[in-house]
Design a protein around this ligand. Structure first.
Ligand code: DHB
Ligand code: FE
Length: 279
């Protein structure tokens, strides 16, 4: 059976793509952010996953306000990146894994998750940047399965529902008849609000408690409604649901391999966590 080697979570901000393209990783503004990824790359070199299942939120590149699935799973042989209007370079296509995609899709629908299946899917910075941060050298070495959760247009799925989705995805991976090693990625958050009266809002105590809870008490954040999460983490901070889904996909208790937290990148509290199952 396939094995989940761990869960990696990170913030995404378009400006990260600009910093990578311009080679700014060692400049004072960026260094505390990029340095956080060095130990995780060593962990990846040791564990060598074959496939990454990526929980992320599309920001209007593939889904727009006219058609907004709550949960969508990619089932394409490749996923193209495209110009999002941020001035960041468009990356080459990412390799898909239709066989694992369809296995996950079948299992999710059996378990009554009413998902959208996408045999074509453009992927935006939320999908591409984590892969570039974890595997900076050359083409992405892992095949990918995108799992998109709506955090853009209300109503949004609850934390409890995202946790259930993550758990079901994890169980689907673990039931897949393959000797592949799979890493689960969660892309988004942490606290940030880009617009409105509270633009620039960041909540460090909440973020740190949330990061800890993923190890010690993963369902802690499910006590908050979506509107309470917006209050606590900001309108776009609800992207932390991706971290929750990724954590829930990793079976059993986990150990923190590495973590980083840095304020600010753009208007965002930038966090990163690497978790592995306790053997
Ligand atoms: C920005 C965009 C994002 O998608 C995000 O999650 C955080 C910040 C930005 O435009 O800076
Ligand atoms: Fe975002």
């Amino acid at each position: 059976m396939a094995r989940i080697v761990g869960g990696l979570t990170t913030s995404h901000v378009p400006a990260i793509g600009g910093a990578i393209a311009k080679g700014r990783q060692q400049e004072p503004y960026w260094k505390p952010f990029f340095d956080g990824f060095v130990p995780v790359r060593a962990w990846l070199a040791e564990h060598k996953p074959d496939i990454a299942v990526v929980f992320y939120n599309d920001h209007g590149l593939n889904f727009f306000l006219d058609k907004m699935p709550t949960f969508a799973v990619g089932a394409a042989p490749q996923y193209r990146n495209a110009d999002e209007g941020w001035g960041i370079p468009t990356l080459p296509p990412f390799r898909g894994h239709p066989q694992l995609s369809w296995h996950i899709i079948n299992r999710l629908v059996e378990r009554e998750f009413d998902i959208t299946t996408c045999q074509e899917m453009l992927v935006d910075h939320a999908f591409t940047l984590p892969l570039k941060l974890f595997w900076p050298e050359g083409a992405c070495p892992v095949a990918t399965v995108p799992v998109c959760i709506n955090t853009v247009q209300f109503p949004l799925p609850s934390a409890k529902r995202c946790m259930a989705l993550g758990r079901a995805v994890g169980e689907a991976i673990a039931s897949w008849d393959s000797d592949s090693k799979v890493v689960v990625i969660g892309s988004g958050g942490l606290s940030h609000q880009l617009d409105g009266e509270r633009a620039g809002f960041i909540n460090k105590p909440f973020d740190l408690k949330f990061m800890d809870s993923l190890v010690s008490e993963p369902d802690w954040v499910t006590r908050y409604s979506i509107h309470e999460l917006v209050e606590q983490a900001g309108t776009q901070g609800v992207e932390l649901l991706m971290w929750l889904a990724a954590r829930a996909a990793v079976p059993g208790p986990v150990r923190r391999v590495h973590g980083n937290y840095h304020i600010p990148i753009s208007n965002t509290a930038a966090g990163m966590l690497a978790l592995e199952p306790v053997a």
